[in-house]
Design a protein around this ligand. Structure first.
Ligand code: GAL
Length: 432
């Protein structure tokens, strides 16, 4: 039985912040009711942020199954570029406010989804859970993350792990590092060794990847119980342990290479041997491993390797992508057909090995999950749990926006005190 409860803290933070349109590009549809793609087929607009290398492969695999099973529908890919969905989520917010939702959209289980539910954006999917007996196949505690008052509002398609240290074995060897660092202190010492060899010690991408790094340094510095307590009402973000954790973050950031455009080019610096380390979710595995064009076609253990982020061994910092049925979806039946594929064993077993995630369903075909993914399945069955900050589990979208802003300011100012104050203020304003 999974031990979820200590790990998660659903902030019942009510209404989502009114994010403006982020001007995201990508395939935004402008369609009238009952859209048709010709030949009498109806489009189903599926909104996600899985456009980039490595990201898109899993979605394509599910799309194929969807179109085979539903000859009357075509899949309309409304993905908006930008890792972690920062641009996509802003655009989604404006579509929801204008009452022109996509037929289905990607949302993270936990506090992020709770925000959409509280804002009244989503239809209750209990009918689908009953019809497909989904309560039997998803972990009960995951269902809790996507429910309010016994009603269930999304279909989780995977479990991702946030706390992975990716590294280039050859760069480590050349720097005299025998094994992946297990503690934050060892990590900092190793970053220094790599620097001395003239390589990038740790690669980073766009701004959200700094918050991703921050959540990992918080978990590795504070420990799992103290990390999980950060999201409870009255949590203390002002104490000396937090100061120490943020000093660790500042120190690690001082070894970062030039920020890359998104997570993929930062991960690629590791695969190409330009950088030693990158801390990123396991979607990076899909990118490293998948054959070109979708991925880099790299060989695991030779071109890239992995370990739990320093100080976090024995804990799975989790997140889960799920799909929803927005109220007012133009093609509601088509969206339900999509959700059925997303919920199915066949859909999840096609999607996850390519996405670099493990299935949300408990009855997946374990033989399909090899290499890194075999490690992930094993750890998932025994590790303690912690909820990701950047990817929607532990904090609501308004809270995350404040954290991202604080981290963004810190990158310019390097002011640890200012960062701690801003994080403490954000917690005070949002934890409930
Ligand atoms: C996460 C999402 C993952 C992956 C990642 C990078 O928020 O849950 O599926 O897409 O962003 O874009």
């Amino acid at each position: 039985m999974r031990r979820w409860l200590a790990a998660v803290s659903i902030t019942m933070a009510g209404v989502l912040g009114l994010a403006g349109c982020g001007g995201g590009s990508g395939g935004e549809a402008s369609r009238s009711a009952a859209p048709s793609s010709g030949g009498g087929k109806q489009q189903v607009e599926v909104f996600s942020w899985w456009t980039g290398p490595g990201e898109a492969d899993g979605l394509q695999a599910m799309k194929k199954i969807f179109e085979e099973k539903n000859p009357n529908y075509t899949f309309f890919d409304a993905a908006v570029a930008g890792g972690s969905g920062d641009k996509a989520k802003a655009l989604l917010q404006s579509k929801l406010q204008a009452n022109t939702p996509p037929d289905t959209f990607q949302g993270h289980a936990g506090a992020e989804l709770q925000g959409y539910i509280k804002a009244g954006n989503l239809e209750d999917l209990t009918f689908l859970y009953d019809e497909l007996k989904l309560k039997d196949v998803f972990p009960a505690q995951l269902v809790e993350q996507i429910s309010v008052e016994g009603k269930i509002y999304s279909v989780p398609v995977n479990i991702h792990r946030s706390n992975v240290l990716w590294f280039n074995p050859k760069v480590l060897k050349d720097a005299g590092i025998a094994a992946a660092p297990k503690t934050i202190e060892e990590f900092i010492a190793d970053l220094e060794k790599v620097k001395a060899k003239g390589k990038i010690p740790i690669s980073v991408g766009s701004e959200w990847t700094a918050t991703h790094l921050l959540e990992n340094v918080l978990l590795g510095s504070l420990g799992t119980d103290a990390y999980n307590a950060l999201f409870k009402p009255g949590a203390d973000w002002s104490g000396p342990q937090m100061t120490k954790a943020l000093e660790n973050f500042a120190k690690i950031m001082s070894y970062a290479g030039d920020p890359q455009d998104d997570w993929q080019p930062a991960a690629k610096q590791v695969a190409d041997g330009e950088a030693a380390f990158n801390i990123m979710g396991d979607w990076a595995y899909g990118y490293f491993h998948n054959p070109p064009e979708g991925g880099l076609g790299k060989t695991s253990k030779t071109d890239f390797d992995w370990a739990p982020a320093p100080g976090t061994e024995g804990t799975y910092m989790w997140l889960s992508d799920s799909f929803t049925l927005p109220k007012g979806a133009k093609n509601r039946d088509g969206a339900v057909a999509w959700l059925k594929v997303a919920a199915s064993k066949e859909g999840q077993d096609a999607f996850n090995p390519k996405k670099g995630s493990i299935p949300a369903r408990k009855d997946a075909d374990q033989a399909l999950y090899t290499d890194y993914l075999a490690d992930a399945l094993k750890d998932w069955s025994s590790d303690k749990l912690a909820g990701s900050i950047q990817h929607g589990v532990s904090v609501s979208q308004p809270w995350l926006a404040s954290i991202n802003e604080a981290v963004g300011l810190f990158i310019g100012s390097k002011d640890v005190k200012g960062l701690q104050q801003a994080l403490a203020d954000a917690a005070k304003a949002n934890a409930q």
